[in-house]
Design a protein around this ligand. Sequence first.
Ligand code: FAD
Length: 598
Amino acid sequence: MKSSDVAMNITCVATKSTDVAIVGGGPAGLMLAIELGCRGVNCVVLEEDVAEPDFPKANATSSRTMEHYRRRGFANEIRQLGLVADYPQDIVYCTTLVGRELTRFAIPSRSQALSQSAFGDYGEEHWPTPELPHRCQQMLIEPVLRRRAQQYPSVNLMLGAQAQSITMDTQQVTLAARSSTTGDTFDLTARYVVGCDGPRSLVRKTCGIRYSGLSEESRDFFGGLMLSVYFTSSSMYSALGKSPAWMYWAVNAVQRGLLIAIDGVDKFLFCLQLKPGQTPETVDFKAAMFAAVGCAFEFDLIAVAPWNAGFTLVADQFSQGRAFIAGDAAHLFTPTAGMGYNTSVDDAVNLGWKLAAVMKGWAPDTLLHSYEAERKPIAHRNTAFARAMADSIGIINVPANVDAPGADADAVRQQLGQALSKHVRNEFNIPGLQLGLRYEGSPIVASEETPPPADLPNEYLPDARPGARAPHIWLDGKSIFDLFGRDFTLLCFDDAGAAGHATRRASGLEANAFESADVNAWKEAAAGLGIPLDVLHCDCAQARALYGAERVLIRPDHHVAWRGDAGADAGALLALACGRAISSSLAQQHEPAFAKAK
Ligand SMILES: Cc1cc2nc3c(=O)[nH]c(=O)nc-3n(C[C@H](O)[C@H](O)[C@H](O)COP(=O)(O)OP(=O)(O)OC[C@H]3O[C@@H](n4cnc5c(N)ncnc54)[C@H](O)[C@@H]3O)c2cc1C
């Protein structure tokens, strides 16, 4: 869309109303719009920037985020972006980047990721997912998210619209907004507002919600003021003189630095940490870059941007009354382990189906309380892991003679290489962190008496206990995820044990003669509550063993709500999964806070 179209759009609108106002059209806001749009819920996304982002930020899309993109039908489109198809996504640590390799962690190229399930040295059993992680710049992903959001008629993506103030009462939210291109102002009223508006979130501040945790922790690397240098260089690869990699880390006592391949052709991002006394304006970043690389090279600068590393922050509340926050507005990471954007997308997916359920009338607003109950613990879990990894690489002991000739230095390099090899596996081989997230203790998942298994970042143990991400299994060449419905799915293993993997998916809630009395009872209960439910019959014994029960209720975000035997109280379980068992409504719970926020 051209900026003139946007300005026209805004000029025509004096007061507008919608169901959900989303402030911020970054990954969180756009994914939320997609989750609402695919369910026909009206929403307006206010995004102050008109232009698509053109500077690198997040580099890593997790398996879980790719699974979410797959659920919405565009994982393959995202998989086409980024490094050239056969470019390895390796991570290599060197003394200087043209110097000695200390260790290398091999990661498949994106074309390999489409055809194999091994991740580095780790086979399919370690990463049981239809979508391995993907390396691609956030600035390339956001345009796809914009286009995908705009394809839904109920989504109005207003580019160039800045939210300036917000007032709330028990019935609605009113936003005052301004066109960043024409200066025109307009009001927007909505049932709910979601602040996906990044670290300086207007929505969070308006609600008086604070971040808690650690700010600007200092480290030798990834702990202080950082500078990203974005450039092109056609001679970089020949200067590096080693097998290509996605990330190149310079680990030495003089100048540390991180070089990231953006397209595998000639675009790169270099990150350095400023030393005491240096500022983004005065630092000689060219000298620092040459020192970390180990030689001078020709390059054309595109842009530089400062940013801060060393945050481990989580908002004290994720909602207040009719206002919610998601993404960086709710948590701030140090980029180690690459979980900031991924946690943001996961927030949006969690909140999206819940807001849609409330707006479509098949869940009470009490369902929305489960958003904070489920996502705040995940924010603490993920930020804590990122912090541990920042310490692991940021304060690693780098001896002064690491790049010296001779046997003593060889021994030093070997020792450092071993430490880095352990570190890289800890930071990047994280199937448990990406796939093992569970909403343990959530008010909308059933509880099981057995103690929860350990939550291990580097190991994923497939588990279908309530709250867990539903485990993936291939059935006749399709992921079981591809067979789940858009909203709730009842997974039935009546005939499991048969030789084939045949599956049958039945939409529609009419009871019928082909279904067992139990399945008909689920359909009738869902129809009675107005809850969209698909039924998936599966006769695969392996899937039955994986899911550990005859019946499994899968949520719209592909987490398990409940599992058990035929004959359970379907009505009670569906009511639980839709928040009907949570007692106080949003308006009752937060009324006094609205008055303060005004
Ligand atoms: C250098 C760097 C490297 C990173 N690497 C990784 C990585 O490898 N992996 C990873 O997962 N994460 C990484 N991150 C973090 C990641 O970029 C963020 O976590 C992610 O962008 C958060 O998405 P978001 O949608 O919550 O917020 P944002 O992307 O910040 O989007 C917020 C949007 O809101 C808009 N906005 C703000 N206020 C208003 C307003 N009042 N009205 C209208 N619009 C408004 C902004 O213009 C912006 O578009 C990195 C970040 C940096 C800086």
